[in-house]
Design a protein around this ligand. Structure first.
Ligand code: CTP
Ligand code: MG
Length: 385
């Protein structure tokens, strides 16, 4: 395979402005480490052929925990400064003879594909390009705590990463100016006489540097769960001879039982359909056909667990379950909390978010005449945007 585009991810810093503890790139943001989020952005882009991470020699275990399962090449060890780390990385990837390199801070996990794609197109034309963000505030030069002058904002931008270059050109520039300190790679490119283009950066691609940044990052990841879905399910089972019914996995003594192919747990069937409905995944009969002998007399837990797994596969979060059991008898009130805790156990989900209600139909209709039980269920689910 030809390796044309390599992402070089800088993760060898100590993150001291954040804390003296675990380096910031290995901290969790919304349940996923910052480094993993950053790596994921490049993994999702089909143009990037290889992702090379640069790490601190003390962080091997943290690295393995964060991204060890992804199958990335052996991490390269960084140096004392960011610039040293970049040079180590550039040296290490030379064996692949890449055409372009995208040098990116691990601490910028919210890079968007839109930006990466613009860089990919632009570097192919101009050979050197970075994302830059227009300055919003007015910038002052200060001497002795007094404003000396006000800069013309129209010419001022904040440099971000990834900074994309022709590999050979940036490698030569880094080598040549190894002994001068620069604050980013484009400064080295400029010094070497390369023309560096800019594309418009995005605010989200900020560098997580302080505790406040980490807070902001956590808030941003919650924002990703704003795709709220509502699912509705209803089920009916007729009474038959017997001495108990099963509702929400709880055995309730009664003068009759419910007829059904499985354990006839009408409540769990309705909830399962509501959960499937919220993710538009068909209905219970489609997943577990009543004609299939495999599901005969099976405990309905299996159906509900399956629906919950489908939500998890979509990286969704179940937000609430609300059901109404419609029957004259048995009385549900005395069993309500047991049913709630049982459903909470089956779904591995907070009991506070599970509501069980019951009603009669004033002796009207089939439920009123005691011919069977009907259950309505509503599920709300949050998916990633
Ligand atoms: N970095 C690196 N090697 C270094 C220093 C920094 O690879 N010797 C990386 C960091 O891991 C980070 C990126 O360069 O992803 C940008 O640097 P910065 O935000 O300054 O991170 P740290 O140096 O880790 O943080 P601090 O300056 O607060 O200690
Ligand atoms: Mg630093």
């Amino acid at each position: 395979m030809i390796i044309k585009n390599i992402a070089l991810i800088l993760a060898a810093g100590r993150g001291h402005r954040m804390s003296r503890g675990t380096p910031k790139q290995y901290l969790d943001v919304g349940g996923i480490t910052i480094l993993r989020r950053t790596v994921n952005v490049f993994l999702k882009n089909p143009t990037i052929d290889l992702i090379q991470v640069i790490i601190h020699p003390d962080d091997r275990e943290l690295y393995d925990t964060a991204v060890g399962d992804i199958g990335l090449p052996e991490p390269v060890l960084g140096g004392k400064t960011r610039q040293n780390s970049v040079l180590n990385g550039l040296e290490a990837i030379g064996k692949h003879f890449p055409e372009y390199v995208y040098i990116h801070d691990a601490a910028r996990p919210f890079l968007e594909q839109k930006t990466l794609n613009s860089l990919i197109c632009e570097v192919d034309k101009s050979g050197a390009v970075i994302p830059a963000l227009r300055i919003r505030d007015t910038i002052k030069c200060i001497t002795e705590e007094t404003i000396h002058s006000t800069l013309d904002r129209d010419y001022l931008y904040c440099a971000q990463t990834p900074q994309a270059f022709r590999y050979k050109a940036i490698f030569m520039a880094h080598r040549r100016f190894e002994n001068i300190n620069f604050t980013d790679d484009s400064a080295i490119a400029e010094k070497a006489g390369l023309k560096v283009r800019i594309i418009e950066g995005l605010e989200n691609n900020f560098k997580i540097t302080t505790k406040e940044d980490l807070n902001k990052a956590n808030i941003m990841t919650k924002k990703y769960y704003t795709d709220v879905r509502i699912g509705y399910g209803v089920d009916v089972h007729a009474f038959d001879k017997g001495d108990h019914v099963i509702l929400g996995g709880v055995k309730i003594p009664h003068t009759m039982s419910l007829k059904g192919h499985s354990d006839a747990d009408v409540a769990i069937h309705a909830i399962t359909d509501a959960v499937l409905g919220a993710i538009a995944a068909g209905d219970i009969g489609e997943h577990f056909p009543p004609s299939d002998p495999e599901w005969k007399n099976v405990s309905s837990d299996v159906f509900l667990k399956h629906a919950v797994n489908l939500v998890a596969k979509k990286k969704g979060i179940i937000n609430s379950i609300d059901i109404t059991i419609v029957c004259e008898e048995p009385k549900i009130g005395p069993h309500r909390d047991l049913i709630r805790s049982n459903i909470s156990k089956i779904m591995d989900f907070d009991i506070d978010r599970i509501s069980i209600k019951a009603t009669t139909t004033e002796k009207l209709g089939f439920t009123g005449k005691g011919q069977g039980i009907m259950v309505h269920a509503v599920a709300t689910i949050k998916l990633l945007e």
